[in-house]
Design a protein around this ligand. Structure first.
Ligand code: AP5
Length: 261
């Protein structure tokens, strides 16, 4: 059965927005975090995991990019600060990120499963997320940590093109669209992300090393970390992910049933 792609409106837009295809509730939904340096392929793997086994790709980067299309008067000072930080390649403040996530608690509770992409990104965010999940009696299944050498990352980010409408991700060499500049999925325009410019990439890498890399140890201590090589084709990395997840879940899954909205 093909699972229709969800537009994730409840996550991306927040407020009362409803998803186009709310995920079908499943028993023991998968709840995963995807970690990795910028360009390691977290978004690509999250999309494949979502298509293959359900669960929503919940990217905090997508929330901020979506608020870019709001007219300036509708952007709160926090959102304006977040967009400036992103454009430079810096992390958005923990306070702003956590406020956005708290507003979207119904997505974390989703009984179709969740694939957290780019959140948490600091130890403070991880601790706050742990508390939110504990309050809801939601347990994470695993944290997927995608490992990749720096020189490949730079190539991946330089060639990335993202659909303005549905956020599908392409690469000019490794995953070109059928028609240059046009999204295969929805026909939207493909654009290069502002923070994929070389100056912003080096700032993003530094922020990753300083703030996000320590999360691996944080989740290793909880027995949740699965290190996965992100080298190879998206399909090879996906297969490695499924194998690692199967092994981990066979050792003792940590599913919980969340209360539906
Ligand atoms: P975010 O949107 O989360 O970006 P990121 O973590 O920097 O990650 P990317 O989206 O750049 O890369 P990816 O790993 O998803 O790679 P992808 O699959 O696209 O965050 C952006 C900014 O928002 C941050 O810098 C920060 O300012 C702010 N922000 C967001 N969350 C925050 C938080 N929690 N706290 C603070 N600030 C936050 O792949 C890259 C390219 O490679 C694509 O073109 C793809 O087609 C290609 N590719 C992927 N896999 C392969 C493969 N196996 N082989 C060949 N090509 C591949």
């Amino acid at each position: 059965m093909t699972i229709p792609m969800n537009d994730r409106a409840a996550w991306v837009k927040g407020g009362l927005a409803q998803c186009s295809h709310p995920p079908v509730p499943v028993r023991g939904p998968r709840r995963l975090i995807l970690l990795g340096a910028p360009g390691a392929g977290k978004g690509t793997q999250a999309e494949m995991l979502s298509r293959g086994g359900g669960g929503c790709q919940l990217s905090t980067g997508d929330i901020f990019r979506a608020s870019k299309s709001l007219v300036t008067a509708d952007q709160s000072p926090a959102v304006r600060g977040a967009l400036e930080a992103m454009a430079r390649g810096d992390l958005v403040s923990d306070e702003t990120v956590l406020e956005m996530v708290r507003e979207r608690m119904r997505c974390l509770r989703c009984n179709g499963g969740i694939l957290l992409d780019g959140f948490p990104r600091t130890v403070a965010q991880a601790a706050a997320l742990g508390q939110l999940l504990e309050e809801e009696n939601i347990k994470l299944d695993a944290v997927l940590s995608y490992e990749m050498p720096l020189e490949i990352i730079v190539d991946r980010l330089g060639g990335r093109r993202t659909c303005e409408s549905c956020k599908a991700v392409f690469h000019v060499e490794t995953k070109p669209p059928l028609v240059a500049g046009v999204c295969d999925r929805c026909g939207g325009n493909l654009r290069q992300r502002q923070d994929d410019a070389p100056e912003a990439v080096s700032i993003r890498m530094a922020a990753y090393k300083e703030s996000t890399a320590p999360l691996a140890e944080f989740y290793e201590m909880q027995g949740l970390l699965l290190s996965i090589s992100a080298v190879g084709t998206p399909e090879e990395v996906y297969q490695r992910t499924l194998d690692a997840l199967d092994r981990h879940l066979a050792e003792g899954p940590a599913h919980s049933e969340a209360v539906p909205d």
